[in-house]
Write a protein of this length. Structure first.
Length: 256
């Protein structure tokens, strides 16, 4: 059975896209077939796995419209250079307000059914979201079984959680009873900073049992790898961040 996991937070720059790319790639490394579904018009996850992003003025039909119209999604699924990894590329068009509004009006069960049919050949779908809790992240949560919320080990760490947790509850009650919080993921941990340790202590105490044991360290190789369009373990196998994501993938696979 395919498992769909969204990575989301209303807070920008907390490591959502880095998590999507490196978690997806680590699952692939373990032999799982993964579809990366990029729902962020910034399209960083698309370029981060080496797939070209359609130009803003291109006529290319984004997969979101196909999903909405009930057209097959398969023609939009792109191969990547990475074994076991495919991507539904985002396009700057995804931010088009009309598409977002139409998606909000659409029947969530129907959209989920269509997405699930296209995702059948994959073990996991990993969804990347823009830093908001508006239409696109809401859609992602309606399509998903699980949610990972990256929490940056720096100032205002809790800020990213104040709105997403109630949103999950609302979606679970209204449109997607299957949705579960997979876990909070501590990112950009700096062992030399007291603040980083304080955030880890605070979050793990507050969300006991709800935080992944894997903690992602601050590691410049993660940033460099993304700019080269490849996962970090492939860019530099000595990357501590890369191996933290391999560990995260192990935890995710244990969850189901
Ligand atoms: N563990 C890390 N160590 C060092 N740099 C990191 C780490 N994780 C992410 N970064 C860098 O921090 C920046 C923000 O990360 P990323 O793009 O993954 O965040 P995001 O939450 O997806 O951002 P946005 O909200 O804009 O979509 C990027 O430049 C990325 O390369
Ligand atoms: Mg991002």
């Amino acid at each position: 059975m395919t498992r769909a996991i969204t990575v989301a937070s209303q807070k920008g720059g907390v490591g959502k896209t880095t998590t999507v790319i490196n978690l997806a790639a680590s699952l692939c490394l373990a032999g799982r077939k993964v579809l990366l579904m990029d729902l962020d018009p910034q399209a960083n996850a698309t370029s981060g796995v080496g797939v070209e992003v359609p130009a803003a003025d291109s006529d290319e039909f984004p997969y979101l419209s196909a999903l909405l119209n009930g057209d097959p999604l398969e023609p939009f699924i792109c191969e990547t250079e990475h074994e076991n990894l495919w991507v539904l590329p985002s396009s700057p068009e995804a931010s088009d307000l009309r598409v977002v509004r139409d998606l909000e009006d659409a029947d969530a069960d129907e959209l989920r059914q269509r997405m699930r049919e296209a995702a059948e050949p994959f073990d996991y779908v990993i969804l990347d979201c823009p830093p908001s809790l508006a239409g696109l992240p809401t859609l992602a949560l309606e399509l998903s079984d699980g949610l990972i919320v990256p929490v940056q080990c720096e100032y205002y760490a809790m800020e990213g959680l104040s709105q997403i947790l109630p949103l999950v509850k609302k979606i679970k009650n209204n449109t997607n009873p299957e949705l579960e919080i997979e876990g909070l993921l501590l990112t950009m941990f700096s062992p030399d900073l007291d603040l980083s340790h304080d955030v880890v202590d605070q979050i793990t105490e507050f969300f006991e049992g709800g935080t992944f044991s894997s903690v992602i360290p601050r590691d410049v190789l993660l940033a460099e790898a993304t700019s080269h369009g490849c996962p970090a373990f492939q860019y530099d196998c000595e990357s501590k961040g890369a191996w933290a994501y391999v560990e995260l993938a192990r935890e995710v696979m244990e969850n189901g």
